[in-house]
Write a protein that binds this ligand. Structure first.
Ligand SMILES: NC(=O)c1ccc[n+]([C@@H]2O[C@H](COP(=O)([O-])OP(=O)(O)OC[C@H]3O[C@@H](n4cnc5c(N)ncnc54)[C@H](O)[C@@H]3O)[C@@H](O)[C@H]2O)c1
Length: 283
């Protein structure tokens, strides 16, 4: 596929004031895009818009789980800029503090799937006619949790595996149009979402260090994800994996999953950590 120029394109980003969303917004603006920033909190959106320079930015508070709100955002984007070229369905959440299936609160668990999966679907659905009309691109944020074991993070991992399949299916469905779609699969990134496993919660951090050994456990900056996203959109890539050390794992995921699941099932230290997390959840 030939290079897709970002100049003057209108890019809608959900989860825009978060770590990855805001870094991507900055990078994309540098490439000459116009931006529609969507997140839950209007003051945070206004602060980011002020930093970016409001001329090329529309900042709208909306909840991605509301199809009506996302349709309204799409209408406002077209009213302001005349078009939407790229949709980056990136808003996401996780249960915090991390829990097991046995100790999870039903509403909190289902909210993660509602935001991460149905929020992506509703965001894309609200904007897809515009993207197709403009031969544009849809990027959905999954995670390496689409293919690694979701121990103590299963609502998140389940939603991300589903998002990856959603993006893959959409790309193939769009193949007969001038538009395209792809999946973003970040490893660990230093943002509020990852904080519990990166020092914020002692048990979750110990579990993450045990399950993600060596370079696979090393977090990267949101700015590095942003550079990968910008270049991925310019290629209208099928998948963007960053850091790249996760690419062979993704490629060999069947073997990797069988080996790591078997190891985790028999690892007594991990079982003890699961029990510690469960007892903490009860207090
Ligand atoms: N940080 C990581 O290690 C990591 C790794 C892989 C994938 N991801 C994914 O990257 C995406 C961005 O996450 P991040 O790391 O920047 O975390 P973050 O917490 O900094 O940002 C997430 C943003 O999504 C917004 N959001 C949550 N629910 C929303 C809703 N219902 N409607 C609108 N906005 C909502 C939040 O307000 C927040 O600004 C998420 O989909 C996340 O799952 C993150």
């Amino acid at each position: 596929m030939s290079r897709y120029s970002l100049r003057d394109k209108v890019v809608l980003i959900t989860g825009a004031t978060g770590g990855i969303g805001a870094a991507c917004a900055r990078d994309l603006l540098d490439r000459g895009t116009r931006l529609v920033l969507v997140d839950l909190d209007q003051p945070a959106l206004d602060a980011l818009a002020a930093e970016l320079g409001p001329g090329a930015v529309l900042a709208v508070a909306a909840d991605v789980t509301s199809f009506e709100q996302m349709c309204s955002v799409a209408d406002q984007a077209v009213a302001r800029f005349g078009r939407i070229d790229v949709v980056f369905a990136n808003a996401g959440t996780a249960v915090d503090p991390p829990v097991t299936v046995a100790t999870a609160d039903v509403a909190a668990y289902e909210r993660v799937i509602e935001v991460n999966l149905l929020g992506v679907w509703r965001t894309v659905k609200a904007c897809l006619d515009e993207v197709i009309r403009n031969d544009g691109y849809v990027l959905v944020t999954a995670s390496i949790y689409a293919f690694v074991n979701g121990i103590a993070n299963s609502a998140y991992a389940t939603s991300k595996a589903a998002v990856e399949m959603f993006g893959r299916s959409l790309r193939t469905e769009l193949a007969h149009t001038g538009a395209s779609a792809g999946v973003l699969l970040p490893g660990w990134v230093v943002t509020p979402l990852a904080h519990p496993a990166l020092g914020g919660n002692r048990t979750a951090t110990t579990m993450a260090r045990r399950a993600f050994k060596g370079p696979l456990g090393q977090p990267i900056s949101p700015e590095r994800i942003a550079r990968a996203v910008t270049s991925g959109i310019e290629r209208r890539a099928a998948r963007i994996i960053e850091p790249r050390r996760w690419a062979p794992v993704s490629l060999l995921r069947g073997i990797f999953a069988t080996a790591t699941d078997t190891w985790l099932d028999h690892d007594r230290t991990m079982s003890a950590l699961v029990q510690r997390l469960e007892s903490e959840a009860k207090h």
